[in-house]
Each structure stands twice: as structure tokens, then as C-alpha cells.
Design a protein around this ligand. Structure first.
Ligand code: AHM
Ligand code: MG
Length: 338
């Protein structure tokens, strides 16, 4: 029987044979994967573990937190504090960066995460996930206070050294890039290990499937109105093919479908979101997903700009997101810039 390639083995080979990652980055990803396993176990207990329902608090964005949002955030913080590989962490659920406590050594990396993406799906037993991104901490960065540390994180997505997501669905998967293509690991629950199940993920350039929250249609800008109308016109319309629609409302699940069979995902700018800049967060959602999508041959833009080129202005910045099969993303981006 062919030997199974565990996540640890994959990371070791990326370090030893290809020199793509450092020992500290290997440790970081391994620790994040263990935290995702712990989150997966908590999610799996559901009502039996008392983890469903509201936490009774709001996050920095004014969104009501679920118990699992808070629990997942705590799991990721606890798991990553002690290893000596991190300088600081930032999370969708926390106002300010979390500095590594003085009793632990500090490392050269910064970690950002959306601990539990798809919060509205927790209580209805639909796929949810964790999204993470890794940056290098700039030399001489001021980490004296959480407020000062924010500046170190404000790097464009092109600077990411790794990104990934876990999707907690019928199986728990870890989808990862260290800048050397996209790989997928499946959690073997008996072994407690992530096992490599797919390498060199490639998103088809063309698609007939789109994902967008149609209830926002009346608020969209003209380019998105045009594109969706053209898709809905089907074979007889200007695009000459019939499209299908899917919207899970968990970005991880929608992106994973696109990783698997192609498609286009849009959370565009609309008149309702204009003041906020968009719905999805650049540092915790858009950047890591954009890196993964590009590494798999797809494209990711705001409609007007490549997501990975955006210079962040603040940690919790929101952006419009259009990502997936390259030819379709290019088409709708062309409608914005025409
Ligand atoms: P969350 O991180 O608070 O869960 O919010 C992000 C989610 C995405 O996973 C998903 O694509 C989107 O919000 C769903 O939005 P909507 O509720 O408008 O369908
Ligand atoms: Mg999210």
C-alpha cells in the first residue's frame, strides 16, 4: 500500500527538499492545523457539547458573536502563543492584535484568522470553516502595545507566505498554500491526522456556476447587474450558456466548491455596503482566499483591482470580492473597468 502523506510529512518535504518554508513556518502551520482539529471536534459535538447558540457579545464589527466564534478564537490563540514562531496574531473577532505574552519567546511571523467563517450556518448544521493567513513581521516593527502592532499587519496580500482554510463539512478538510500550489488534506478522525488527498489543485478557467446573495440584487452596481442578468439570460443571452446558482453563505464552502469544480463567487460592493467598503474582510477572508485561488490558477479582484495588490489601511478593512474561474472573473472585472 502506498504510504500516506501526512501534513507533517508534506511540510517537512517542502522545507527539506524544496526550501519553500522555514522550520518556524512548518511549526506554525502544524499548530494551526491542530487548532482546526480541536475546532472540528467542538463543532462535531454540537448540541451535546453545549457549543451552539449566541455568546451574548458583539465583536468589533458590531456583529453578534456565536459561542463557537468565541471558542474557536480562544482555541487558535491558546494553540499559537507558546511556540516561539509568532510575533502577534489578529482576528476578525478581536478589536486589536494579540501580542505573544512576555513569558513566551517571540518569532518572525504574524498570523491572522477568521476563526469561524459562516457563523450564520453554525446552528443549522451547514458547513463552516476557519480561514488563516501568515505574514512576515517587518524588521523593527513596534510591538510594544496592541495598538502599535496593528501597523505591522498592514501589508498587501502579495506578502503572504502561507494561507489556508479548514472546512468543517461532511469531512474536515485543510486546504493550504505555501506559495507552491494548492494542496488538500483530509482529517482522518481515528488517526487524528491530516492526510494529503489532493495536490496541484487547478480551477477550470471557464464555468457555468455562480455564487452571489441574490437578495441584495437591488443594491448592486451596474456592472454586477449586467453580468448576473447576462448569466440569467442563459443560452439565448450574450454569454451563450445556461448557468446554475449556488450560495451556501459560508465563504469557505463556496470557495471550496470553486476549488473542486470551478465557479465564480461574488460579494460585490453595493449601495448598502458602500460606507463599509464591502462585506468581507481583507485581512481575514479576501487576502487568504485570493492567494489560494490565484495559486490554483483562478483570479480574485474587487471588480476594479486585484485583491492581493490592495495596500490595507486598517486591520478590519472590508473589500468587495469577486473570485474563481479566471475567464469569468476577468469578464466581470472588465465590466467594472470598461
Ligand atoms: P462571518 O465571517 O461573520 O461568518 O461572515 C462572512 C460570511 C461569509 O462566509 C459568507 O460568504 C457571507 O458572510 C454570507 O453573507 P450573507 O449572510 O449576506 O449571505
Ligand atoms: Mg468570515
Amino acid at each position: 500500500m502506498a504510504q500516506q502523506r501526512t501534513l507533517a510529512r508534506y511540510l517537512t518535504e517542502e522545507q527539506r527538499n524544496k526550501g519553500v518554508i522555514t522550520g518556524d513556518l512548518k511549526l506554525l502551520i502544524d499548530i494551526v492545523s491542530r487548532a482546526c482539529q480541536a475546532i472540528s471536534i467542538a463543532i462535531g459535538k454540537g448540541g451535546l457539547g453545549g457549543v451552539l447558540g449566541e455568546a451574548g457579545s458583539d465583536n468589533v464589527q458590531g456583529e453578534a458573536q456565536k459561542k463557537l466564534d468565541v471558542l474557536s478564537n480562544d482555541i487558535l490563540l491558546d494553540a499559537n502563543e507558546w511556540g516561539g514562531h509568532l510575533a502577534a496574531m489578529a482576528s476578525e473577532e478581536m478589536d486589536l492584535p494579540h501580542l505573544v505574552p512576555h513569558r513566551f519567546p517571540k518569532g518572525e511571523y504574524l498570523l491572522t484568522f477568521d476563526p469561524l467563517d459562516g457563523s450564520s450556518n453554525i446552528d443549522v448544521n451547514v458547513s463552516i470553516g476557519t480561514i488563516f493567513s501568515v505574514l512576515k513581521c517587518p524588521d523593527g516593527a513596534d510591538l510594544s502595545t496592541p495598538q502599535a502592532a496593528e501597523q505591522a499587519f498592514l501589508q498587501p496580500g502579495t506578502a503572504q507566505v502561507a494561507a489556508g482554510y479548514a472546512v468543517y463539512g461532511p469531512t474536515t478538510l485543510l486546504v493550504l498554500t505555501v506559495g507552491d500550489g494548492v494542496v488538500v488534506f483530509t482529517l482522518d478522525r481515528e488517526q487524528g491526522q491530516f492526510i494529503l488527498t489532493q495536490e496541484n489543485v487547478q480551477i477550470p478557467a471557464d464555468t457555468k456556476e455562480f455564487a452571489i446573495n441574490m437578495s441584495n440584487q437591488r443594491f448592486w452596481e451596474a456592472p454586477v447587474q449586467r453580468y448576473v442578468a447576462e448569466m440569467q439570460a442563459g443560452k439565448e443571452g450574450p454569454l451563450g450558456k445556461d448557468y446554475n446558482m449556488r450560495w451556501v453563505a459560508s465563504m469557505v464552502a463556496d470557495v471550496h466548491r470553486i476549488m473542486t469544480r470551478g465557479g465564480i463567487f461574488m460579494y460585490p460592493l453595493d449601495s448598502k455596503l458602500k460606507d463599509k467598503g464591502g462585506k468581507l474582510r481583507l485581512m481575514y477572508e479576501a487576502n487568504p482566499m485570493a492567494l489560494l485561488i490565484e495559486q490554483a490558477g483562478g483570479a480574485a479582484t474587487t471588480g476594479r483591482q486585484r485583491i492581493l495588490d490592495i495596500q490595507p489601511g486598517n486591520l478590519h478593512q472590508r473589500v468587495p470580492v469577486i473570485l474563481g474561474s479566471k475567464n469569468e472573473v476577468d469578464r466581470v472585472t472588465g465590466y467594472h473597468t470598461a
